[in-house]
Design a protein around this ligand. Structure first.
Ligand code: ADP
Ligand code: MG
Length: 567
């Protein structure tokens, strides 16, 4: 469509207000224009938090020379023509306000070349007026340069935060659009340094990796839901990635919401995602997630906010339900669910501090067998609530009461989990505690172990083993990891050398954790148990030990009531 000025009737329908509030709003408008122009590469460059310079370069459709001046007219747009179009928006922009608004508060230059034209245009504007319009060679696409924003409006300048904060807000805009458009290659350059570059591969996980790092990207679960049955109303699709509860953050800033790929702030959507994580996150933790909702444009009003960040849904319940369900599904499918049978076998253990009176124990077993099918699987437990210690069961399990449930914690598995994280962190920070051996101990290995040991001496040193080659198969051990103090460290070392397959350092880590953890069958004092539970609360994945076995089992009060035929 050609750029033309909207009729007064349409203009009157447009939500009025300030488009350019801060440098990040300029970047948002320019990036949206680049995306609307079907660009596959977008580069954003800034200086001084965007105040002295913002430059957005794209390889999109460009603007034909004859329309370039019109583009800076108020309410001139190529994206909608009439009132009907406003109800069916498929573009990010639609008001024809951004370019004139920016030009009114900064010095603006635009270089653009339409795909079909042979020569491009160069425009320069001061105080919103075109002061130069030349032809200039340029490959297809558009570059808009914005300098000295708000220089003539000191009141606005004063309202801005520090340059670093403004740069951060710009980085966020670029990151959000990079997440919304994984097929577009985004580059963000701040003060001459490239701080973000996405692959443009079309894969959301790659974009997440560029924005949040590989580790986060790997901990994201696929979200995919399509409502299509006619009785459920219009077809909507929810897609994206939801972070495992273990990578939850302390702020809401890691939740990206897009509606038809428009970045939005929406309480309903935020709430729907947080509800999906209900019970899986510790207090004060918020999910990492990138969720896109595709909904017929006629069912969403984006024309309610000058910066187009807010939207209104025609059917809020439909949207809420779909988003919550989509995210919940992906979380539940991926979470380990301990089987209810395990609980029963623990309860059947006789003569423990937890045993039931003789008269009732007869009821327990038949009831358990009968309710086998009806009993829902125990919900996955990923963060720990506050627990009241009740005691130790069979010298192996810690019994505790939490809100609405009884918890059985496998003391060895739990401690193993704690040790694993402790050792891993110490190693990462190069602060492994070591225990010197005086005198050093000579050990003999079989040929295979010896070969493995030789090739892994530096790796072992990272974990606190100070070992010297002492002969063909003999080694002199001068120090061991402090966690193996008073343990059979030789067995642990040999075991780690015998473990093959997988990541060697990871295997060693698991072995160390296992050997340093408290064993099953060991009596624990109340203080020790409390300490263990406290430490477990701080680990990132309290519900599985390094071998993937559950660390704890949760039996809800309603399950217990069922066992006692109370319901
Ligand atoms: P809107 O995006 O609401 O249409 P703008 O003021 O942002 O209004 O832009 C005005 C017009 O200029 C757009 O409708 C579009 O035709 C053209 N335009 C702006 N930026 C670009 C760009 N990067 N590539 C191609 N065309 C652009
Ligand atoms: Mg625009």
């Amino acid at each position: 469509m050609k750029i033309k000025v909207l009729e007064a009737k349409v203009v009157s329908q447009i939500a009025a207000g300030e488009v350019v509030e801060r440098p990040a709003s300029v970047v948002k408008e320019l990036v949206e224009n680049a995306l609307d122009a079907e660009s596959t590469q977008i580069t954003v460059e800034i200086k001084n938090g965007g105040i002295s310079l913002i430059r957005v370069t794209d390889n999109g459709t460009g603007i034909p020379d004859s329309e370039t001046e019109l583009a800076f007219e108020r309410h001139a747009t190529s994206k909608i023509g009439n009132w009907q179009d406003l109800q069916q928006l498929s573009t990010l922009g639609f008001r024809g306000e951004a370019l004139p608004s920016v030009a009114a508060v900064a010095q603006v230059q635009m270089a653009t070349s339409a795909r079909e034209s042979t020569v491009g245009s160069y425009l320069s504007l001061e105080d919103g007026r075109i002061v130069r319009h030349d032809s200039q060679a340029r490959s297809p696409g558009t570059t808009v340069t914005v300098q000295n924003l708000f220089r003539k409006i000191p009141a606005r300048l004063k309202f801005l935060k520090t340059e670093a904060t403004e740069a951060g807000k710009i980085a966020d805009v670029v990151s959000q659009y990079a997440l919304a458009y994984p097929e577009v290659r985004f580059t963000f350059i701040n003060e001459g340094k490239t701080t973000l570059r996405t692959a443009g591969s079309g894969k959301l996980r790659d974009a997440v990796s560029a924005v949040y790092g590989l580790e986060t990207a790997q901990s994201m679960l696929e979200v995919q839901l399509q409502t299509n049955s006619p009785e459920n109303g219009p077809s909507i699709r929810v897609s994206g990635l939801a972070g495992a509860p273990t990578i939850a953050r302390s702020s809401r800033d890691f939740l990206s919401l897009f509606v038809n790929r428009r970045w939005v702030n929406n309480r309903l959507l935020t709430f729907a995602v947080e509800e999906a994580y209900h019970g899986l996150l510790m207090q004060g933790k918020h999910p990492v997630a990138v969720i896109n909702l595709e909904i017929p444009p006629s069912l969403v009003d984006v024309n309610v906010h000058p910066a187009k960040m807010e939207i209104k849904f025609q059917d809020e319940r439909l949207v809420f339900g779909a988003v919550q369900k989509a995210v919940r599904q992906s979380l539940v499918q991926s979470a380990p669910v301990p089987q209810v049978e395990e609980v029963k076998s623990h309860f059947a253990t006789p003569s423990t501090p937890f045993s039931v009176p003789q008269t009732q124990s007869g009821f327990l077993k038949p009831a358990a067998v009968r309710s086998q099918e009806e009993t829902p699987p125990i919900t996955p437990l990923i963060s720990l609530p506050l627990l009241r210690l009740l005691g130790q069961l069979a010298c192996t399990y810690i019994v505790a009461e939490g809100p609405d449930a009884l918890y059985l914690i496998d003391q060895h598995a739990a401690h193993e989990r704690i040790m694993l994280e402790k050792i891993r962190n110490q190693r990462a920070e190069q602060k492994v505690e070591v225990q010197g051996l005086l005198p050093p101990v000579t050990i003999e290995m079989d040929p295979r172990q010896a070969a493995t040991l030789r090739s892994h001496l530096p790796g072992l040193a990272e974990f606190g083993f100070d070992i010297e080659i002492f002969g063909e198969r003999a080694f002199l051990v001068r120090a061991i990891p402090a966690v193996l103090r008073e343990r059979d460290w030789q067995a642990a070392l040999k075991e780690s050398l015998d473990t093959s397959g997988g990541d060697w350092a990871e295997n060693l880590l698991n072995t160390l954790a296992c050997h340093s953890a408290i064993r099953a069958g060991q009596v624990m004092s109340d203080i020790e148990m409390r300490e263990l539970v406290k430490q477990l609360e701080q680990t990132s994945l309290p519900n599985s030990c390094p071998h993937g076995r559950p660390v704890m089992i949760r039996l809800t009060l309603s399950q217990i009531e069922r066992e006692f035929n109370r319901t």
